[in-house]
Design a protein around this ligand. Structure first.
Ligand SMILES: NC(=O)c1ccc[n+]([C@@H]2O[C@H](COP(=O)([O-])OP(=O)(O)OC[C@H]3O[C@@H](n4cnc5c(N)ncnc54)[C@H](OP(=O)(O)O)[C@@H]3O)[C@@H](O)[C@H]2O)c1
Length: 295
């Protein structure tokens, strides 16, 4: 069996088109323009590039954006004051503080300071709690993107055995909770594995849907996957450069071998990655609707 490739780049493009239309309608009918503020501290090139693409995507979709670049030695209070100001600014519906923050800043204190109604990253404890009890406002972007990928690729999650490899707060735990919920696009039986799991393969091999967010390049091999499984690879690793200087990427799954066994699989790149930004935009539009009493 050669797997169907779940094309995250294509699916995210469709969602961008839908969002662009929704934003245009909000402006026309309700005179409402969603706004996103991005905050970056320091010069980390990867963070600069992520924030750059978030701002460009806002422009493309008609979402208002403000970008704040703070020096690497900016203080905790300075950052908290900015968050406080953005919390009170009615033009801003979403606040995104790019992680990681420099070591002298207490990341948790900053994330907790964001108004949960503007927490479009979905990392505030209130939003994590709402997800747990099945009444979410904002789902964290990467795990939400995985759920939407599964739905749009026509993968049935109801009653499926889902195995998640990884228990981070940003991917593993939230995707497990999202797919566990008693609702459409979820209703799965979920197992979470981590570095203390005994006999990892005994779990991965019984997964109907295997979601891998371990941060270990090509660590899931074909012998660890059930014939006909759906495999979602969240990992992203730079493993070299092409002659033209472009990054060569791979995921946490041994794609070439596993695609011969799986029913469907996400590639790296063009799999889960492109979904994260569109889910951030989806949350920003939702936040604007909520603030205006439109949902
Ligand atoms: N596409 C995107 O938009 C996107 C977004 C976020 C992350 N990512 C990528 O996804 C990957 C995971 O990210 P993350 O932030 O969740 O990583 P993380 O914080 O490093 O967490 C990795 C998790 O995997 C578990 N793990 C590591 N090696 C394992 C092994 N051999 N067997 C079983 N479990 C193992 C760890 O277990 P312990 O808890 O026991 O240590 C941990 O829970 C990374 O490659 C990251 O770059 C991609």
């Amino acid at each position: 069996m050669t797997a169907e490739i779940i094309n995250g780049a294509e699916i995210s493009k469709q969602i961008r088109e839908e969002l662009k239309e929704e934003v245009a309608q909000l402006k026309e009918k309700n005179n409402l323009v969603p706004g996103l503020a991005t905050v970056i501290v320091g010069e980390d090139p990867a963070s600069q590039s992520y924030v750059g693409s978030k701002v460009r995507t806002c422009d493309e979709l008609g979402i208002y954006s403000e970008r704040y670049d703070m020096p690497a030695d900016a203080g905790q209070q300075e950052l908290l004051s900015l968050v406080d100001r953005l919390n009170k600014d009615p033009k801003i519906n979403g606040i995104l503080v790019q992680l990681p923050l420099p070591k002298h800043i207490d990341e948790n204190e900053v994330l907790i300071a964001i108004d949960p109604k503007k927490d479009v990253d979905g990392f505030h404890p209130i939003n994590i709690g709402k997800l747990m009890i099945g009444e979410p406002d904002f789902l964290p972007c990467t795990p939400h993107g995985i759920q939407v990928l599964l739905q749009r690729a026509g993968v049935e999650t109801e009653g499926a055995d889902v195995v998640v490899v990884g228990r981070s707060n940003i991917v593993g735990k939230p995707i497990a909770n999202i797919l566990l919920q008693k609702r459409e696009g979820a209703n799965a039986t979920v197992t979470i594995c981590h570095t203390r799991t005994r006999n990892l393969a005994s779990h991965t091999k019984r997964a109907d849907i295997l979601i891998v967010a371990a941060g270990q390049p090509k660590s899931i091999t074909a012998d660890m996957v059930k014939e006909g499984a759906v495999v979602i690879d969240v990992g992203v690793h730079r493993i070299g450069k092409t002659a033209e200087g472009k990054n060569i990427l791979c995921g946490d799954v041994d794609f070439e071998a596993v695609k011969e066994k799986a029913k469907a699989i996400t590639p790296v790149p063009r799999g889960v990655g492109p979904m994260t930004i569109v889910m951030l935009m989806t949350n920003t539009v939702k936040s604007a609707r909520m603030a205006a009493g439109l949902c």
